[in-house]
Write a protein that binds this ligand. Structure first.
Ligand SMILES: Nc1ncnc2c1ncn2[C@@H]1O[C@H](COP(=O)(O)OP(=O)(O)O)[C@@H](O)[C@H]1O
Ligand SMILES: [Mg+2]
Length: 467
């Protein structure tokens, strides 16, 4: 008994209650006063509302953890009070007091999310236990939410698959610089995941709730790029029949991803540089200056320093964009990632097609691992999903299912012995011969494997015949 606790002089633990705010919706009676006194003695703040309408008012005005109410009340009954309370505070711990004839109603309240009901005589110890349980529930929920948030943050990076040291480094860098507003330049061949990284940077930043706006800089003529970036007024140029908002404005508070930034026309580069310096820009045909708070992430598959040397890219803009650089290595330089990516794309493609996930014969897998992947992860994804879609459900994928360029890669372990002492010229000759043999004399295939043109290969063959 609570009173018993007080009588024996035990200090009630206020910490366990976390000083909750309790709304007690009941008429002023000796019983109500006793409940209020006991819970106040335990450190709670108790507000007495003489009817349920007043209780709803209180719930609207402040954060309330506990509601103790009569099941039936003259104007607003307990069910409606509960609905209002839970709408205002979803974790509300509602406890109803029911007359013997109101058990059905009280049971319904519990089904609707009330924590408990009691009939008289009231058991305040039990009430206290229910309040503690509700508090523990709320804490657990908060912890789960926090965990979920952390998972979300992690997931933003874990979209990026790979277990090579190279990709781990990229991921670590993403997590490290995402929260900053620094401009980032992402470099890498086509299909290496530049856009994916840009998305991860945005998702892991405080800007994640604002827009991530993307613009491919190579798709449009100079004038159009500018109107895309900064927007335009009606009549700013022929065809501008209405005003249009630019990407800068759309990305305000968020992130602007400039893909293929190396293809940005020089005159647009100058304008972009000015915006990056001041955050201010002028829509085409407009007299007024606009401001936008935008983080820039740019991507390029051509090395910008070379474009700078060639006079095609402004050096000052390059430095401005490349405050932080993330270089994504080509897939052939991190082959360790290939099996994981294949497994992922197999699962994705077969689930999408409603098929069972196929396995891959080791001979086919060997070739997929050795192929050069000039189109990187994008090419791998296309190849794997193409194979999955074309194959009969349940069949293991084998060499015949591979695209020709991968099929013709020679069997692993097939090789030639070149003893030390062999001249470079002879070694080359032997390699060409062996490669030609492995593809049954197909010069196209051999030239692809050796990474030379068919003409070069012909020259080799000719020299060999002459020699
Ligand atoms: N590490 C990775 N893990 C999972 N998917 C990837 C990875 N890298 C690239 N992809 C996928 O490959 C495709 C090409 O990536 P993308 O970001 O468009 O490349 P880029 O912009 O460099 O051309 C996309 O479908 C992307 O989701
Ligand atoms: Mg891309």
């Amino acid at each position: 008994m609570i009173r018993g606790m007080n009588e024996t002089g035990n200090e009630p633990s206020v910490d366990l209650l976390m000083r909750p705010r309790i709304v007690l919706a009941a008429a002023e009676t000796a019983e109500t006063r006793r409940i209020a006194r006991v819970f106040e003695g335990l450190g709670a703040e108790v507000l007495v509302a003489n009817d349920n309408e007043v209780a709803i008012n209180l719930l609207e005005q402040m954060e309330v953890e506990v509601l103790i109410a009569e099941t039936r009340s003259p104007r607003v009954d307990g069910i409606r009070l509960l609905a209002a309370g839970r709408r205002l505070s979803p974790d509300l711990c509602a406890i109803f007091i029911a007359e013997p004839g109101e058990i059905d109603l009280a049971t319904r309240a519990v089904q609707d999310g009330a924590y408990d009901y009691q009939t008289r005589p009231l058991n305040l110890d039990k009430m206290l236990a229910v309040i503690r349980r509700a508090h523990a529930d709320r804490e657990l929920k908060a912890r789960l939410n926090d965990l979920q948030r952390r998972l979300d943050r992690k997931y933003g990076v874990h979209n990026i698959l790979g277990n090579s040291a190279a990709i781990s480094e990229v991921m670590a860098k993403v997590l490290q610089i995402a929260p900053t507003s620094a401009s980032v330049l992402i470099t890498g061949e086509t299909g290496t995941g530049k856009e994916l990284i840009a998305t991860a940077l945005h998702q892991n930043s405080a800007r994640r709730n604002a827009a991530l706006v993307k613009l491919h800089c190579g798709d449009l003529a100079a004038g159009l790029v500018e109107s895309e970036l900064f927007g335009h007024e009606r009549g700013a140029f022929t065809g501008a029949t209405s005003a249009r908002k630019g990407r800068f404005e759309a990305a305000d508070g968020g992130t602007l991803f400039l893909d293929a930034v190396g293809e940005l026309p020089l005159e647009t580069q100058a304008k972009l540089l000015r915006v990056l310096g001041s955050g201010e820009y002028q829509p085409l045909g407009s007299e007024t200056t606009s401001r936008a708070d935008v983080r820039i992430i740019a991507a390029t598959s051509v090395p910008l320093p070379e474009a700078v040397t060639a006079g095609r890219f402004r050096e000052d803009l390059y430095y401005r964009l490349a405050v932080v650089q993330i270089e994504i290595p080509a897939l052939r330089h991190r082959r360790q990632d290939i099996p994981l990516l294949i497994a992922h794309f197999l699962r994705e493609a077969s689930t999408g097609a409603g098929k069972s996930v196929p396995s891959i014969a080791p001979r086919a897998m060997g070739r997929l691992l050795r192929y050069a992947w000039p189109g990187n992860v994008r090419e791998l994804k296309n190849v794997v999903s193409g194979m999955t879609l074309a194959a009969d459900d349940g069949r293991m994928l084998d060499v015949v299912d591979l695209p020709p360029a991968i099929q013709e890669l020679p069997e692993e372990g097939q090789g030639i012995m070149i003893p030390i002492g062999t001249s470079l010229e002879e070694a080359e000759e032997r390699l060409v011969e062996a490669t030609l043999r492995s593809v049954a004399g197909d010069k196209q295939a051999a030239s692809r494997i050796l990474g030379v043109s068919v003409r070069t290969l012909f020259r080799h063959a000719a020299r060999h015949r002459e020699g």
